[in-house]
Design a protein around this ligand. Structure first.
Ligand code: XIL
Length: 354
């Protein structure tokens, strides 16, 4: 189904549209260094990029970290290094030291980059959260930030999470600094600024908790439909997919991906992890493996889903234990970079013919 749809779209694009649509372009030269049998090498026939979150400090600290990524993955998302606080620590003063290290690592290894994230309510610098800005000034701050960060990596970052977690669980826009200071059109303005700064990058609205049906998923679909109707340059919706075994089911995720795809948008799984109670039992690791397989399969079977990123790859470097005390072991490789059942389950899913 997926390969047929892709083939048809490619044929149409080849005939009708000289500029081309990034969704129909061949995958980037990912995984030139990807080891045979690595996840990216297996994903290539599916026209899918397999990615992981990456930390500049881990690249510097652990000699096994970078080589494992280069062997397994075709895409990286800086986990923190492109966020507002680290990149613009003082108003108008930008610091790209850590982000540059990640982007250089990616380029050396022929791995694509997802930019994360421009407009969010967390990891903001104090000058912004404690400052007093009227609407015009806050809009100028947001636009200048986007212009500087996206502009710096123009042509080098394939996808941007332009707006992150804009929706509340109840389906109303999240009450955050941007909504309060600018109003609901901060979202459209952010996408317009990102498009202006890099016309080639694919621009995503990224969200958590929309992998299952409910008011938040409904409101997110309605929001992107409205943005599209208004001509706002949004290209896709990222499904974070921070999960526990069995929830959401693969079928639930598949249905939500489909709803977004029907609007003509790209879909992506952007931050997948499957957290377990610590210490994990063999049965829990097997459940986790099934979850990873099911999430990946939902993406594989949805023609609009070309990106599957996990929020890290080794349990040695995961945000989970800090954020969810008592939970952890959420990633496909263990603390010692050994593949877990989850990694083998994803490899098996990718070995199925496209
Ligand atoms: C998390 C990082 O993983 C942590 O290291 C950091 O302390 C907080 O942010 N949704 C997102 C990500 O969009 O940016 C978050 O990343 C995890 C939840």
């Amino acid at each position: 189904m997926r390969s047929l749809a892709v083939a048809v779209v490619v044929a149409v694009a080849a005939v009708g549209c000289a500029g081309g649509d990034a969704r129909t372009a061949p995958p980037p030269t990912t995984g030139a260094g990807a080891r045979q049998g690595g996840l990216q090498a297996l994903a290539r026939p599916h026209r899918l990029r397999m990615g992981t979150a990456v930390r500049a400090n881990a690249l510097a600290a652990d000699a096994r970290y970078g080589p494992t990524i280069a062997a397994q993955y075709g895409m990286v998302t800086p986990e923190n290094d492109l966020k507002f606080a680290p990149t613009e620590p003082e108003r108008g003063r930008f610091d790209f030291t850590a982000a540059d290290a990640v982007v250089r690592f990616a380029e050396r290894n022929h791995v694509a980059v997802r930019g994360h994230t421009l407009v969010w309510h967390r990891q903001l610098p104090a000058w912004l959260t404690e400052g007093r800005f009227d609407r015009a000034e806050l809009l100028a701050v947001m636009r200048a930030h986007i212009a500087a960060v996206v502009g710096r990596y123009r042509g080098r970052i394939a996808q941007w999470d332009v707006v992150n977690e804009a929706m509340g669980d109840d389906g109303a826009l999240r009450d955050n600094l941007w909504l309060r200071g600018i109003g609901p059109d901060y979202i459209a303005e952010a996408f317009r600024a990102a498009r202006a700064a890099d016309p080639e990058a694919r621009l995503f609205l990224n969200e958590y908790g929309i992998e299952s049906p409910g008011p938040k998923a409904d409101a997110t679909v309605a929001l992107v439909a409205r943005l599209r109707a208004d001509g706002v340059p949004v290209d896709g919706v990222g499904f974070q997919a921070h999960t526990v075994p069995g929830s959401p089911t693969g079928a639930a995720l598949a249905r939500q991906l489909r709803r977004v795809a029907r609007l003509g948008l790209e879909t992506a799984v952007t931050e997948a992890d499957v957290r377990l109670e610590l210490p994990p039992t063999p049965a829990a690791l097997a459940d986790q493996a099934r979850s990873y397989r099911d999430l990946l399969t939902a993406c594989l079977e949805e023609w609009s889903c070309h990106t599957f990123v996990t929020w890290g790859f080794s349990d040695a470097w995961s945000w989970i234990s800090k954020t969810f005390p008592g939970s952890g072991a959420a990633l496909p490789f263990d603390d010692h970079y050994r593949p877990k059942p989850a990694q083998r389950a994803m490899a098996a899913a990718l070995r199925a013919p496209p």
